[in-house]
Every structure is written in structure tokens, then in C-alpha cells.
Design a binder for this molecule. Structure first.
Ligand code: HEC
Length: 122
């Protein structure tokens, strides 16, 4: 009688393996709400963000399918203690080969300042 044993295993897997995993997987991807810009600089930064960064850093089902979605919406980026202005500026200027474009020739220094001011409250 091998068949019923396998069925029981599948049922156990479904109950103890799958079901607890489902809420965890959802929890990891649950989007939090971005901060609301208040100063002119933050508002300018948000506009620059919307034009240049949302393709990958704001999530939607289709984007995942088209493989353009980054793993992060950059919400609460600056809550991480290791994140510095210089590191973020360098990443935006240089990009990540094959993953994130360089904005060296797209954004002026002042635009990157605005963008960073926005990322700080996002
Ligand atoms: C073509 C897609 C794409 C665009 C456009 C893009 N990025 Fe990214 N970005 C990525 C990917 C991919 C990563 C790496 C994170 C990951 O593992 O998915 C990343 C990582 C980052 C990180 C590091 C995140 C972390 O948690 O350490 C920052 C900051 C960032 N991007 C800022 C920006 C900003 C600001 C813009 C707009 C000026 C931008 N990105 C535009 C794809 C993109």
C-alpha cells in the first residue's frame, strides 16, 4: 500500500510546508507606503525619481514578468545605518553592470542632490 502513504506525505507537506510559507512570502513582498515629500528639493527629487527610477523601483505584476523589477522599492532606504549619501551617489552615477543603468550622463549633480533628499524621506 504505497499510494496512501505518499498521499499522506503530500497532505502533510501541504499543511506544514506550504501553508506557513505562503503568509511569509507575502509578508516579505508587502509594500510599505513611500514618504510624502514636503520641501521643494524633496518634491523635485520625487519628480526625478518618477521619471528615472520607477521603471524598476516601483513594483507591479507585469514588471516582474518582464524582468525589469528590482528587488527593492527603495522605501526606508536611509533607515539602514550603513547607507551613506556618498555610497548612494556613487551607485546612481556608476549603476550596476547588467542590472541598473548609470545616470552619469542623464542627471546633473544638483538633480542627484534632489534625488538623494527625496530618497531620505521615501
Ligand atoms: C533598469 C532598472 C533600474 C533602474 C531604472 C534603476 N535601478 Fe536602482 N537598482 C536596480 C537593481 C536591479 C538594483 C539591485 C537591487 C536588486 O538586487 O534587485 C538596484 C539597486 C539600487 C539601489 C541600492 C538598493 C539597496 O537596497 O542597496 C539604489 C539606492 C538604487 N538602485 C537607486 C536607484 C535610483 C535613484 C534610480 C533612478 C535614478 C534607479 N536606481 C534606477 C535596477 C534599476
Amino acid at each position: 500500500m504505497r499510494f496512501p502513504y505518499q498521499v499522506i506525505c503530500l497532505v502533510l507537506l501541504a499543511v506544514f510546508g506550504w501553508l506557513p510559507a505562503a503568509p511569509r512570502a507575502q509578508g516579505a513582498g508587502t509594500p510599505s507606503t513611500p514618504g510624502v515629500p514636503k520641501t521643494d528639493q524633496q518634491k523635485s527629487g520625487e519628480a526625478i525619481f518618477q521619471q528615472n527610477c520607477t521603471l524598476c523601483h516601483v513594483f507591479s505584476g507585469d514588471k516582474k514578468r518582464f524582468n525589469v523589477q528590482s528587488s527593492t522599492e527603495l522605501i526606508g532606504l536611509y533607515k539602514r545605518p550603513t547607507v551613506t549619501d556618498e555610497a548612494v551617489r556613487t551607485l546612481i552615477l556608476v549603476g550596476m553592470p547588467g542590472r541598473m543603468p548609470s545616470f552619469r550622463y542623464t542627471l546633473a549633480a544638483r538633480e542627484i542632490d534632489d534625488l538623494i533628499a527625496y530618497l531620505k524621506i521615501r
